[in-house]
Design a protein around this ligand. Structure first.
Ligand SMILES: [Zn+2]
Length: 683
C-alpha cells in the first residue's frame, strides 16, 4: 500500500482502488502477526531459530524484570537487531488477582496498584526497551488482558505512548475494522498446527488480520505450543507467503492506520468534491486518463499526432478588447492584470485580500555539518494569526541552512518539501537515486543558503482538508466557494510568507530567492513565481498538467484528471467546469500565460524522460516557447527556438530555459543545471 501511496503523492496517477480491497495487506490477502509474551528462555532457544531460519519477523512482548531478561539481556538485544520487535509487556507483569488467579502475588496484584504506578511502570519499560533497541515507537500488550486498576481503566492514559495495544480476544477483523488501540488475538494453548492453520485459512478467506499469542514454546509456561506444531505452523506461513503478510505488530499497525486514515480522507474528499459539483451545477464530468495501464480503454495518450486537438492558444499580447499589446506599460497596467484575473477566477482561485499575519518563531538553531559543509540550521514555525477563527490552527514549518562562513547576505534556494508518513519507504528505482552531492550541498558549495518549506503545514494535499489549513481558516471552517483558492495558490502564499521572513534576516539576500518544486510542488513553484514578483527565479520540475504543461494538450495527464476528486483541491472549483460541460479550448488562459506572468524574471522549466511521460515535457516546452513574446516585449529573451530539444540538451541561453534529463520523475539530475542558470543572475 505504501508504494501505491507514493504514486498518489508523487506521480498523481489514478489508481485502481478496487484491486487493493481484495489484497489490502501490502498486496496480500491476510496479515499474520506472531506475538510471544513474557520474555521467556524458550523464545530465544526454540522460537527464534525457527523464525530466523524462515526469515519471519515477530513481536516479543517483553516483561522487563523477567528471569530471562535478567540473565540473557544481550540475547534479547540481539533479536531486536535481527528485525524482531521488542514490545512492552510491563516491568513486573502485574495482573488482577482473585479466584482462579491465585498465582498473582500481592506485590504485583493490580488491585494493590494505583493508576499512576501502572502508567509509570509501563513508561519505565519503554525506557528500558529504548536502551536496548534505540527505538521510540513500539506496541504494548496488556498483561492478563487487564486494562484496569480496580474499576479505573488506564488504557486511555497510555495509548499515546504506543502505535498499537494488544488485548486477548479470539477474533479477527478486516483492515477497516481493526482497532489499533485494542487489537484482538488468538491465544495458543496446546493447539495443533492444523488448528492454527485453520485460523490462517479463515483470515485469508476474510482478508483479515490474525494475531497469534504464544507463551511457552516447548515449555517455559503452562500455556504452551509444542516445538513440532510451532515449526509446522511457521512453515505453513512461509509456504503461503504469496497470500499472507507476516510482520511485527508495529509494522502492521502502521499499515492499518495509514489505510484507515486514507479511507477517511477519501470519504471526506468525495463529499467535498460532490458539494463543489453541486455548487457548479455540474451533473457529470468526463473522466481522466489512465497513466498506469497502457492497455486501458482510457489509457493516456503519448502519440504526438493526437496531442494537439486545440492548437490555437490565447495570445498573451492581445487585450480582451482585441487590441494588440505593443508597449511595456500596456502589459503591466492592462494585459497582465487581465491574465491574473483569469487565473484567479478560473484556474487557481482567488486568494482572499485580507490574509492574516504570520509570526515567525525560531524554534531551534544548531551548528551542524551537511556533508563537508558547516551549516547554521534554523528551524522556524510560522504561526498564522487565527484570531478570526481559533478552531483552525496553522503552523508553517520552515528550515533554513546557512553556510557558517558566509560574510555577506547570500542567495536562498527554497524548496517545497515532501513529507512521508513514518516508516515510509520509497520504491526502488535506479534512476531515482538521491543525487550526490545533495541539492542542499550544491547550494552550500556556491556559498548560498537553502530552505525547505513544508507545504502541507500551510494547506493539506487533499479535498478533505479544504475546511482546514489557511483556506479553511479564511472560510471559518466552511467549504469553498467556486472561485476560492485551491492548495496550489495556498502553498504559494506560504512561500511568500517565508520570503517575508527572509526579508527580515540580514544574513539572507531576499532579492535573490529562488523557488523550487517537483511534481505537484513544481506546479506550486510556478504559481509562486508567477504571482509574487519578489521571487527572483524558479526551478519548475516535472510540473505537468496544472503547472507548465498546456491545458489544451492531450498528452500524459489531462484537465479531467486534475478536475477529479483526487486533485481538484489544487485548483479553484471553477476549473472543474472545463472537464464538463466546457472543454479545454474554453479556458480563457493557458499555461504559457502563467509562465508569461513570471516575465521578465528567469525561469527554468524541466522534467525527466523515462517514466516521466505523464508530465508531458513537450507540452511544457510549447508553453515555455509561447511565453517568449512577453519576455521579449520586456527586453529579455525567450527560449530562442521552437524546436523541441534532445534529451539532456538544455536550452539555457535565454531567460526562459528548458531541459529534459534522461532520468525519471525526479528533479535530481537537473539541479546542477538550474544552479548554474541561477548563478548568472545571482552574481
Ligand atoms: Zn503475559
Amino acid at each position: 500500500m505504501r508504494s501505491y501511496f507514493l504514486l498518489i503523492i508523487v506521480l498523481s496517477l489514478t489508481l485502481n482502488i478496487t484491486a487493493q480491497n481484495n489484497a489490502p495487506w501490502r498486496g496480500k490477502k491476510a496479515a499474520v502477526v506472531l506475538t510471544y509474551d513474557d520474555a521467556i528462555n524458550q523464545h530465544l532457544d526454540n522460537a527464534i531459530p525457527v523464525l530466523d531460519s524462515l526469515g519471519l519477523k515477530a513481536t516479543f512482548y517483553i516483561t522487563g524484570f523477567s528471569a530471562s531478561m535478567q540473565s540473557r539481556l544481550n540475547d534479547w538485544k540481539k533479536i531486536a537487531t535481527n528485525g524482531h520487535e521488542l514490545g512492552n509487556h510491563t516491568l513486573y507483569h502485574p495482573c488482577t488477582g482473585g479466584p482462579g488467579r491465585e498465582w498473582v502475588s500481592p506485590d504485583h496484584d493490580l488491585n494493590n496498584y494505583t493508576i499512576t504506578r501502572i502508567v509509570e511502570e509501563i513508561k519505565a519499560t519503554n525506557v528500558l526497551l529504548q536502551s536496548m533497541d534505540g527505538k521510540t515507537r513500539r506496541t504494548f500488550a496488556f498483561t492478563c488482558a487487564d486494562t484496569k486498576v480496580r474499576d479505573s481503566s488506564f488504557a486511555g492514559l497510555i495509548k499515546n505512548e504506543f502505535v498499537a495495544m494488544r488485548n486477548v480476544r479470539a477474533s479477527m477483523h478486516r483492515i477497516d475494522e481493526v482497532n489499533t488501540d485494542d487489537v484482538d488475538c488468538y491465544m495458543v494453548n496446546g493447539e495443533t498446527a492444523g488448528q492454527m492453520i485453520d485460523w490462517v485459512k479463515k483470515a485469508v478467506e476474510t482478508n483479515s488480520l490474525l494475531v497469534i499469542l504464544f507463551h511457552g514454546v516447548g515449555g517455559g509456561n503452562g500455556l504452551d505450543v509444542s516445538i513440532p506444531a510451532h515449526r509446522q505452523f511457521l512453515d505453513y506461513l512461509k509456504q503461503n507467503e504469496k497470500d499472507i503478510w507476516v510482520a511485527p505488530m508495529i509494522e502492521v499497525a502502521d499499515h492499518v492506520k495509514d489505510w484507515q486514515t486514507r479511507q477517511r480522507i477519501n470519504k471526506l474528499t468525495e463529499e467535498d468534491h460532490k458539494d463543489m459539483l453541486a455548487k457548479l451545477k455540474i451533473t457529470s464530468l468526463r473522466s481522466g486518463v489512465n497513466g498506469n495501464d497502457p492497455n486501458a480503454p482510457n489509457a493516456a495518450n503519448y502519440d504526438e499526432a493526437k496531442a494537439n486537438p486545440y492548437p490555437d492558444l490565447p495570445d498573451p499580447l492581445v487585450l480582451k478588447n482585441g487590441k494588440k499589446v505593443k508597449d511595456v506599460k500596456t502589459w503591466w497596467n492592462r494585459r497582465r492584470p487581465e491574465i491574473v484575473e483569469d487565473f484567479d477566477s478560473e484556474i487557481y482561485g482567488r486568494m482572499p485580500a485580507n490574509t492574516p499575519k504570520v509570526n515567525w518563531e525560531i524554534v531551534g538553531v544548531s551548528d551542524t555539518m551537511n556533508g563537508e559543509y558547516r551549516v547554521k540550521l534554523k528551524r522556524l514555525i510560522g504561526h498564522v494569526d487565527n484570531s478570526t477563527y481559533p478552531s483552525v490552527k496553522v503552523d508553517i514549518q520552515l528550515t533554513i541552512g546557512i553556510p557558517v562562513d558566509a560574510t555577506a547576505a547570500i542567495p536562498v534556494i527554497m524548496e517545497f518539501g515532501f513529507v512521508f508518513p513514518p516508516g515510509f519507504r520509497l520504491p526502488p528505482q535506479n534512476n531515482n537515486q538521491p543525487p550526490s552531492p545533495s541539492w542542499q550541498q550544491q547550494c552550500l558549495a556556491r556559498g548560498w543558503a537553502y530552505a525547505v518549506l513544508i507545504p502541507t503545514t500551510v494547506q493539506a494535499d487533499n479535498g478533505a482538508g479544504l475546511t482546514q489549513g489557511i483556506i479553511g481558516l479564511m472560510n471559518k471552517g466552511e467549504r469553498r466557494k467556486t472561485y476560492d483558492w485551491g492548495s496550489l495558490r495556498a502553498w504559494a502564499w506560504g512561500a511568500s510568507r517565508a520570503l517575508d521572513y527572509f526579508e527580515t534576516d540580514p544574513s539572507l539576500d531576499a532579492k535573490k530567492v529562488a523557488i523550487e518544486g517537483h511534481s505537484r510542488y513544481g506546479k506550486a513553484a510556478l504559481v509562486t513565481l508567477a504571482y509574487d514578483q519578489r521571487f527572483a527565479t524558479g526551478f519548475i520540475s516535472s510540473s505537468g498538467e496544472g503547472g507548465a504543461k498546456l491545458h489544451r494538450r492531450n498528452a500524459g495527464e489531462i484537465v479531467e484528471n486534475v478536475a477529479s476528486s483526487g486533485e481538484y483541491h489544487w485548483m479553484a472549483g471553477n476549473f472543474i467546469k472545463y472537464a464538463g460541460p466546457l472543454t479545454w479550448k474554453d479556458l480563457p488562459v493557458d499555461s504559457h500565460e502563467l509562465i508569461a506572468l513570471c516575465a521578465p524574471r528567469p525561469v527554468f522549466i524541466s522534467s525527466g524522460e523515462k517514466g516521466d511521460g505523464w508530465v508531458d515535457a513537450r507540452g511544457m516546452f510549447m508553453a515555455a516557447d509561447a511565453a517568449g513574446p512577453v519576455y521579449e516585449l520586456l527586453g529579455t529573451k525567450g527560449l530562442g527556438t521552437n524546436q523541441f530539444p534532445k534529451v539532456e540538451t538544455g536550452l539555457m541561453e535565454g531567460d526562459i530555459s528548458f531541459r529534459q534529463h534522461s532520468g525519471g520523475h525526479t528533479p535530481g539530475p537537473n539541479w546542477p543545471v538550474f544552479l548554474e542558470f541561477a548563478a548568472r543572475y545571482f552574481k
